[in-house]
Design a protein around this ligand. Sequence first.
Ligand code: GDP
Ligand code: MN
Length: 394
Amino acid sequence: MKLHEYQAKDILGKSGITVPNGQLVTEVDQATKAAQIINGPPWVVKAQVHAGGRGKGGGIRLVQYPYEVVTATEALLGNRLVTRQTGPDGIPVNQVLIEEGVEIDREYYLGMIVDRSTACPTMIFSTAGGMDIEEAAASSSEVILKEPIDPAAGWMIHNARNLLYNVDPPLPIGAVRTLMAVMGSVYKIFMTLDCSLVEINPLALTKDRKVYALDAKINIDDNALYRQKELLLLEDAREKDPLELMADKYHINYIRLEGNIGVMVNGAGLAMATMDMIKMAGAEPANFLDVGGGASEDMITKGVEIILKDERVKAIMINIFGGILRCDVLARGVVAAARKTGIQVPLIVRMEGTNVEEGRAILKESGLKFFVAKDLAKAAALVARQVSEKGLKN
Ligand code: GDP
Ligand code: MN
């Protein structure tokens, strides 16, 4: 689950990290008042969306006059913002954060993630912070320092030293102490709130050696939300993929991916294996969809409906191992969904296990057009052929 910048800054501020004064507005009318309350000039007007790259996409406006606070808010609120992380249609801006502008001397990057290769929470620090951090990281990886933290030992001061004393050129002396404190707070937030990401970019140093978190991103591990009930209240459902919301409602595990093959499977391991097979056959899955081991006919129908609502899907592959979920139940669900949605794309079904013959008979007798594949490799090859150029011409 992603938090908005203003929510993340609230958390940082409460743990002692300095953030600029700001006010969230949801109506243009509120902008005039906000400009009066908040110190300026300059002011910074910031679109609150779950995507980065806002600065380069026009979602961050640095302005000098109160009337510009209003016009900038007007330009953002209710419109769609396109950044390199949103796709060409952009995402709607429902909220805008108006902040006091800070005079930046240097921009640092501070982040924390779980590094899968070391299986450790890892702090990342760079003196090449700001909007060009990705380019800096790509061209010279030595500008990005990483420090794995042994979670059993916890955060220790030498972790901060490893990061802060290894940068070139060295940091101004006055900044080191504050940056150490910020790092300790970030570690604590990351661990206590079950984060998958905490990122401050830029972490800005002013001429008078004050350190401000000017931007903040916090993502919470969805699997820990059961014990982060207070954070759950911060969820902005408007920012969620509507198909993922629909899947949540029916307790279906669904994640949107980049390809064009809709995939429905029962069981997460089988889903991953199926996606691997599709990739090996040269195609790309459009989603991960796991209906779970004990799915009902209704869940199967809903699963197919969710896949078909995704306009990019050019073929569907259903791979079910009938255990608790019997193949006849699956077949009925698929036929119901195909009838209800008037399915137009090729549908490849591979199933094995309990009541498989009965399931196949139901598909056959439905009179609808299904491809039934006997094994997974054949199914994957068949589905890949449907979306290849040759398949589309046929
Ligand atoms: P992002 O592009 O989505 O990461 O949005 P940010 O919140 O990081 O803003 C983009 C850039 O705007 C930052 O990298 C800063 O250079 C600049 N910026 C943000 N806040 C301020 C501010 O208070 N003063 C100044 N001068 N620049 C700011
Ligand atoms: Mn940023």
